[in-house]
Design a protein around this ligand. Structure first.
Ligand code: AGP
Length: 601
């Protein structure tokens, strides 16, 4: 979703802003722009389309100055046009702002401002903020911002330039993330950490309603009433290379290949020489997961693990549904929010609902310092490193891994899992990265399959139990990056309707990791074959012979404990989606209409 960058220092701002915007491209956007203070005057360059187009504009007409702000916009109010692109300015053009989030009362404010003579040039909610600040400004931007944020409802991260205060960059947030990178005699602003990593790893994460005043050599933070605050900077261990492609054609492919290492790091973070850490506080007898998209699919796998290993009732919920559902308090319930970014609006809202209901809450996130990480008292991190591709791969795998470890820890503490079985699983997990590496070495067969099937109209992914969650994740990967219509179904449900969609040659991929359900799923696969489907079974080596009796094609992964197989079978599924998207010439890392971090409802 939209991205913000800002710079104040002694270097030329324009190249730093453009580079920062490129690093935020993965968030998803459809227009971009920058504003730079040039000899005490604000100048703006902006356009619909990609940053390359903005670069052409700035090459033709460069901006010189050492203070500036930049933005990538993901359209919500008004189409992606040059005029709707940020930065937006007030009538006179002496205040420029960039904004992430949604101003919910923009229509009322617009009427109020128009009545005062403000002339609007865009359809955005953001332009309202530029005019509002301008009408409130009486020579003191702090005071104007304090007043403005009292009048705004919705969510925002704002960066503001003002010609009357040409050596200051202001910013404020509510609900949308904003981080300040602290350099030597220079400050960087961004909506997330990867954009500032090449410059500094010392970051300060703004809290809701904090106003930061950035000067070349200083940063001051105030609350919305003007009281000074002294937040401590955070040192980020990720390096800049972790957020670069490193020779891979796409971030997604690089991130798929980083998974063995991510699994190693996550395991060693939670399991030391003394065994597993206590992960979830207490011993809940009901565990609910709330999440969106891929993180929800990880939650489905987590629910399966909690039932199997901790004998604990557990379910995954789509956050956007959970937040509007009637909730029933339970005496000993834990609600765990799962989110790669830690900024997903629906997940955060659902978490607040759970908190209000009195549930014990915890978080599982990949992003240290994210809103989610800071909202709960127990935050568990996944150690996947920065995930840039919109399609989540390594974050998902480490989420599933961490949920497995959480379930094991609870199972051990509740006496539902024996030490021997836990050791077996931990030993298996330690060996998994090697198996993943061997699996990643051979992907030619998947590439060839995609080259042959790139004109498919529909694909099916099926599975039962845990495998249903894997089928849903595999289908989501396909949809989001190849745009190929896919159905993911619990295998037993096919005959209740969706089987009508099967045509001659429709690919049906069955994921089979569980011995007890293998024959059932294979028989469902047989039913689709009888109706003309081309059937594929993805399974461990030890099921290959049985699978080959039913499926046209069998793709195997190395043998492993049944509960660890989800971490293996998802690799060929991710690669299959990747190669299909490449075969179709899609923008793999930045699929149409999608954003990496979904910060609006
Ligand atoms: C994953 O491939 C998707 N792009 C998307 O479903 C994502 O998982 C979802 O938006 C949730 O994001 P989060 O993990 O950052 O909360």
């Amino acid at each position: 979703m939209c991205g913000i960058v800002g710079y104040i220092g002694n270097q030329e701002a324009q190249p730093i802003l453009l580079d920062g915007l490129r690093r935020l491209e993965y968030r998803g956007y459809d227009s971009a722009g920058i504003a730079v203070m040039q000899q005490q005057k604000i100048s703006v360059r902006k356009c619909a389309g990609r940053i390359d187009k903005l670069q052409q504009l700035t090459d033709a007409s460069p901006l010189h100055g050492s203070i500036g702000i930049g933005h990538t916009r993901w359209a919500t109010h008004g189409e992606p046009t040059d005029l709707n692109a940020h930065p937006h300015t007030d009538v006179k053009g002496d205040i420029a702002i960039v904004h992430n989030g949604i101003i919910e009362n923009h229509a009322a404010l617009r009427r109020h401002l128009e009545a005062q003579g403000c002339v609007f040039v865009s359809q955005t909610d953001t332009e309202v903020v530029a005019h509002l600040i301008h009408t409130l400004y009486r020579g003191d931007m702090m005071a104007a911002l304090q007043q403005a944020i009292r009048m705004l409802s919705g969510s925002y991260a704002l960066a503001v330039l003002c010609e009357s205060e040409p050596d200051v960059l202001y910013c404020v947030r509510l609900g949308s993330p904003l981080v300040v990178g602290v350099g030597q005699g220079e400050m960087f602003l961004a909506s997330d950490i990867p954009a500032i990593l090449p410059h500094t790893r010392d970051v300060l994460i703004l809290e809701d309603r904090e106003i930061a005043v950035l000067k070349r050599g200083s940063i001051e933070v105030f609350d919305d009433l003007g009281a000074r605050k002294t937040p401590a900077p955070l040192h980020v261990s990720w390096d800049a290379a972790a957020a670069e492609k490193g020779g891979f054609a796409h971030f997604m492919l690089k991130e798929i290949f980083e998974q063995p290492d991510a699994v190693r790091k996550t395991l060693s973070a939670y399991c030391g020489p003394d065994g597993l850490q206590e992960m979830l506080p207490g011993a809940p007898d009901l565990v609910n997961f709330i999440a969106c998209g891929t993180a929800y699919h990880a939650g489905m796998a987590g629910a399966y693990y909690f039932a199997q290993l901790a004998d604990t009732e557990s379910a995954a919920h789509i956050a956007s549904e959970y937040r509007y559902r009637k909730l029933f308090p339970h005496a000993n319930e834990a609600v765990v929010a799962i989110s790669q970014s830690g900024e997903t609006a629906d997940t955060l809202a659902a978490l607040r609902q759970a908190m209000e209901m009195g549930a014990h809450t915890a978080a599982l996130t990949n992003t240290l310092g994210s809103t989610l990480d800071r909202t709960v008292s127990r935050s568990l991190l996944t150690y996947a490193g920065p995930e840039i591709a919109v399609a989540s791969t390594k974050a998902y795998i480490t989420q599933v891994e961490t949920l497995l470890l959480m379930a094991m820890d609870l199972g051990l503490r509740k006496g539902k899992l024996t030490r021997e079985r836990a050791k077996e699983l931990l030993d298996g997990l330690a060996k998994l990265p090697e198996k993943m590496e061997s699996l990643l070495k051979n992907q030619a067969y998947l590439q060839q399959y995609c080259d042959r099937h790139m004109h498919e109209k529909l694909m099916f992914f099926i599975g039962r139990g845990m495998d249903h969650s894997l089928a849903m994740e595999a289908a989501l990967k396909f949809k989001e990056i190849s745009y190929l219509p896919c159905e993911a179904y619990a295998a037993g449900e096919l005959k209740h309707g969706p089987i009508a969609l099967i045509n001659n040659g429709t690919p049906v991929i069955a994921i089979c990791t569980q011995e007890s359900l293998l024959e059932k799923t294979l028989s469902n696969l047989r039913e689709t074959k009888a109706r003309g489907a081309e059937t594929i079974c993805v399974c461990p080596q030890r099921f290959a012979e049985r699978a080959a009796r039913e499926a046209d094609i069998v793709w195997t992964v190395p043998d492993a404990d049944e509960l660890l197989l989800p971490l293996l079978v998802m690799l060929p599924m991710q690669l299959l989606a990747y190669h299909m998207a490449v075969a179709q010439g899609r923008d793999v890392d930045k699929p149409r209409n999608l954003a990496k971090s979904v910060t609006v409802e």
